[in-house]
Design a protein around this ligand. Structure first.
Ligand code: V47
Ligand code: SF4
Length: 383
């Protein structure tokens, strides 16, 4: 047992014996149980959780905080589903309040980044009844033929599941078509909370938890990587969060295909759950820390700065986070429409590098698969 590390990190006389046991396990690189994860949420105070999560973070990633240069394309906000937490989508009958990009407009958006050193395009939007698998497969091919080296991370499991079903294809058949057309990896959206009772209340008409997991399992079996999210801070409780992460941890043991875990804080602006209060920043930080400690087989924990704001993102690096999402103008509307701090999220590389350095970390630009693009530890940037 690493007793030195334990006494260096904590005054264990002030901790309950159960928390000391958990800390010892974590320092010895042993997996903690679901009950122990729950206890961390219920009894761990932020200083303790932060120190333990930071220990895990530094074991896995040292002082490095990653970021990547990506841009978002949101083909539409028209959606056949009606998730109660969503401020962004509009039904087809409310078409005049929504947007629908043509294939040409999507291509133009991609071309507008020609000559800029972006490595990834993130394509995600509402589930449009008329934008089908073949429509998007064709767009993927066109993007790849225009800029072959650009990594396409696109379509949540919810979007893909709907497209495959509409095309009357099995999940394997559909995924192969999209992969062959140019889809490189999947973003983590649509996971929400896997617990069926809560899922039925907050988003009862989209793909089930099992279907979400199955789509990712199939992507991993084809050699694709993906991310996983968790929407927290609404009507779920701590056991639901642990159950969610446990299902991901189990799948990751089998496939190893998840790149990163992204906790997404519920924002209550202008949606059908606006009466549910948002949780505090302390709760956000505790949540990052517990996920870092619990998900021992995930290499990375990402804070999505356009949603939580740059100050909390900066703090999160002391609570287990080793990745801040992209630079460039992050054009996603999914959070600004739900009342996130960042209404026009945009950070230049030098601003993000500075933000990371102020947090005592080493900024490293990565590609989607966490290969190092540029190490900014020594650099001084102009803009
Ligand atoms: O699935 C929707 C969430 C997700 C709200 O993989 C909300 O790199 C909070 O998954 N409050 C989509 N969250 C976005 C997403 C994502 C974002 C950034 C990076 C990656 C990645 C993935 O947004 C949805 C849902 O969980 N969401 N509405 C809301 N009111
Ligand atoms: Fe549609 Fe996604 Fe919004 Fe749900 S969260 S209503 S699936 S856009």
């Amino acid at each position: 047992m690493n007793t030195n590390a334990l006494s260096y990190l904590f005054d264990d006389s002030s901790l309950s014996p159960k928390l000391v046991l958990i800390a010892r396990k974590v320092l010895n690189e042993e997996r903690i149980s679901k009950d122990e994860g729950l206890l961390l949420y219920e009894e761990g105070e932020p200083g303790f959780l932060g120190a333990l999560a930071n220990h895990v973070r530094e074991r896995k990633n040292g002082k490095v905080t990653y970021f990547n240069r990506n841009f978002h394309v949101e083909p539409t906000n028209i959606c056949v589903f009606s998730c109660n937490f969503c401020s962004y989508s509009r039904l087809l009958k409310q078409k005049e309040e929504g947007w629908e990009l043509t294939a040409e407009q999507i291509l133009d958006k991609v071309k507008s980044y020609d000559g800029q050193p972006v490595t990834e395009v993130h394509i995600v939007g509402g589930v449009h009844p008329k934008m089908d698998l073949y429509y998007f497969a064709d767009i993927l091919k066109q993007i790849k033929s225009h800029r072959p080296e650009l990594h396409i991370k696109g379509f949540t499991a919810v979007e893909l599941h709907y497209m495959f079903r509409k095309a009357k294809l099995s999940m394997e058949e559909g995924m192969k078509i999209m992969h062959e057309a140019g889809l490189d990896s999947l973003p983590g959206g649509g996971a929400e909370i896997f617990d069926e009772e809560i899922r039925n209340i907050i988003c009862n008409d989209k793909c089930t938890s099992e279907e979400w997991l199955e789509i990712h399992r199939i992507a991993h079996s084809l050699g694709m990587h993906s991310n996983a999210t968790m929407l927290y801070g609404h009507i779920e409780n701590y056991s639901h969060r642990i159950d969610h992460m446990d299902r991901l941890r189990t799948m990751q043991d089998g496939t190893g295909g998840f790149n990163t875990f992204i906790p997404l804080k519920f924002r209550n602006g202008d949606n059908a759950m606006s009466d549910v209060p948002e949780v505090s920043v302390v709760e956000d930080l505790k949540n990052y820390a517990v996920s870092r400690i619990f998900l021992d087989n995930f290499n990375h924990i990402k804070a999505y700065w356009p949603m939580i704001g740059r100050s909390t993102a900066q703090l999160s690096m002391a609570f287990g986070v080793d990745d801040l999402d992209g630079t460039i103008d992050d054009t996603t509307k999914i959070y600004s429409m739900a009342g996130a701090e960042e209404q026009n999220p945009s950070l230049t590389t030098s601003q993000l590098v500075e933000l990371i350095k102020q947090g005592g970390r080493t900024p490293v630009e990565r590609d989607t698969l966490y290969n190092v693009v540029t190490d900014y530890s020594e650099s001084v940037l102009e803009n």
